[in-house]
Design a protein around this ligand. Structure first.
Ligand code: ATP
Length: 515
């Protein structure tokens, strides 16, 4: 976190006013890192879907993109279930005013079992109070174990809340809605209440019919969208991991319902086949942009974890330093059946059916009669800011032997600064040669990220600065450059240097950046 602030990746929102809980801003480097991640997603999801792989049906994957609003008609959220159901149960502490997710609160009890009439100590995992509460509990009981708060009978008279002095200050669980509301227009009354979207997905669903009526798309195909979402998280924490404003990258991939599949399609084009295709490709995608270590896992949900409308869901999870040894969700991939479109059809009165002219009875002229159906949906839903956080955590490397004991090993594709050019000394015409190379690289690679020029300080310090920013390659112009037209290229990860012809630099960089 301190490197993030010092180097301009992430700042607290409104920091000079003391910050605002659950909101984070990006500085110059963080903004580019986030942009690069978003661009990589758009490139690989929309422009060249799934890297050009064919789907399970043997056809290229088809994808379009939309850009829908943060504020939708309030009925959208009634239909989606968010107004009534998007709740977390919370418990409050009457003494400290602390508020905790009910399903996150645990209690230290004697390892042997019952505490008798002695107090027991509540905590929320990964908060500083966990250690303090454990200490107090161990002093009282010796060996302790943790149980969920929900395992203790109410009222919780003997429970001492985190940071509280007295026992019995926790309220019973109450529902807390995560939707932010606002009032568009001049009349501020309940009837005009609207919501900030808690996910980008519903904007896709409510425009799906417009998309297929006005574009030459046919099921199976996907609609993708990126953009901000808002959730009034009760306990925003773990840096940007759980924020109140965050960006999502979501795909709704529409497939033919199983009952309309014919012959071989019943296996090759089945929704479950598509679900597995996206699950595996999304995992490979995160690995391809630098999350290749064992910190990234794919976790298939157990049957009892599934939402009532989902037949299969998996999460791509990353082991963040603050969740370790556990994992935190980066992206969820869910087979949602036709739940969302059916809900919108019911609540809006508009038919959300796709007319598929390639199916149905064969007519005398050999063509098909066509059928209409509500497509089924596979939803890969990723968090952009959580992705950025995972990239930051994975890239962060410590090496005390280097001039930059901390450095950022970003994959070149997402690195905010792609290359840097240094004149070794500020004399003898070196800056001019370096500026020329810098201008050439900036022109060619500027669309991918920054190309830096730095002529200040000694060369070791300049390398160290670039290492902290995660710049993969530095090119140095020295006296030999003037004699033999070669430069030094230094590799961030190994610190090794080699010489190459100055006119080969752009080609070398292009190859390394996967241009
Ligand atoms: P969690 O269980 O962590 O609250 P969720 O299961 O509610 O997440 P989804 O509704 O599936 O999350 O949202 C899809 C993605 O959006 C998540 O995988 C995550 O990357 C991102 N996301 C959700 N909530 C937040 C948040 N408060 N801050 C940052 N990213 C978030």
């Amino acid at each position: 976190m301190s490197l993030c602030k010092r180097r301009g990746f992430v700042y607290q929102t409104s920091e000079i006013y003391g910050g605002i809980n659950g909101f984070w801003d990006y500085g110059p480097l963080g903004t580019l890192l986030k942009r690069n991640l978003r661009e990589a997603w758009i490139q690989d999801v929309v422009m060249n879907p799934c890297w050009g792989k064919v789907g399970p049906d043997g056809q290229p994957v088809s994808m379009v993109m939309v850009d829908t609003r943060i504020i939708q008609h309030p009925k959208v959220w009634k239909a989606s279930g968010h107004v009534d159901g998007f709740n977390d149960p919370m418990v409050d502490c009457r003494e400290t005013r602390g508020r905790y997710r009910y399903d996150h609160v645990q209690v230290f009890v004697p390892a042997s079992g019952e505490a008798g009439d002695k107090p027991v100590f509540a905590y929320v995992g990964d908060q500083p109070s966990e250690k303090a509460q454990r200490k107090k509990a161990e002093k009282l009981f010796g060996e302790v174990k943790s149980v969920m708060l929900s395992a203790l009978p109410q009222p919780w008279d003997r429970v001492i809340a985190p940071e509280a002095e007295k026992p019995g200050t926790l309220t019973e669980p109450r529902m807390f809605n995560l939707m932010f509301d606002t009032v568009p227009g001049a009349i501020r009354d309940e009837a005009n209440k609207a919501y900030l979207r808690p996910e980008t997905a519903q904007g896709i669903f409510v425009q799906a019919k417009n998309v297929w009526d006005t574009n030459r798309v046919r099921v199976p195909f996907g609609i993708a969208q990126t953009g901000p979402s808002f959730r009034n998280e009760v306990t925003p924490r773990n840096f940007t991991f759980r924020s109140r404003e965050f960006e999502q990258m979501e795909i709704e991939f529409f497939v033919v319902p199983p009952e309309h599949l014919e012959g071989e399609e019943k296996t090759t084009a089945d929704p479950i086949a598509w679900y597995k295709f996206f699950r595996d490709w999304r995992m490979a995608w995160w690995q391809s942009i630098g999350l290749g270590s064992e910190n990234l896992i794919l976790r298939e949900h157990e049957k009892d974890e599934l939402a009532h409308y989902s037949q299969a869901t998996s999460d791509i999870e990353y082991r963040f330093p603050f969740t370790s040894p556990g994992f935190g969700e980066l992206e969820g991939i869910a087979y949602r059946g036709n739940f969302d479109l059916t809900q919108h059809q019911k609540h809006s009165g508009t038919k959300m059916e796709f007319r598929d002219t390639a199916r149905g009875d064969i007519l005398p002229n050999g063509s098909r009669r066509g059928v209409a159906y509500i497509p089924h949906v596979i939803e890969p839903s990723a968090g952009l800011d959580r992705g950025v956080l995972a990239l930051l955590c994975e890239a962060y490397t410590k090496d005390e032997t280097r001039a930059s004991p901390e450095f950022m090993k970003f994959h070149p594709r997402v690195a905010p600064i792609k290359a840097a050019v240094f004149p070794l000394m500020d004399k003898d015409g070196l800056p001019e040669v370096a500026q020329k190379l810098h201008a050439e690289l900036k022109k060619r690679f500027g669309k991918l990220g920054m190309v830096e020029f730095d002529e200040k300080q000694n060369i070791g310090k300049r390398y160290a600065r670039m290492d902290e920013a995660g710049c993969p390659f530095c090119f140095t112009i020295d006296a030999d450059t003037l004699k033999d037209q070669t430069v030094t290229v230094r590799d961030r990860d190994t610190g090794t240097q080699q010489r190459m012809a100055i006119d080969k630099v752009a080609g070398f960089l292009g190859e390394k950046l996967g241009e």
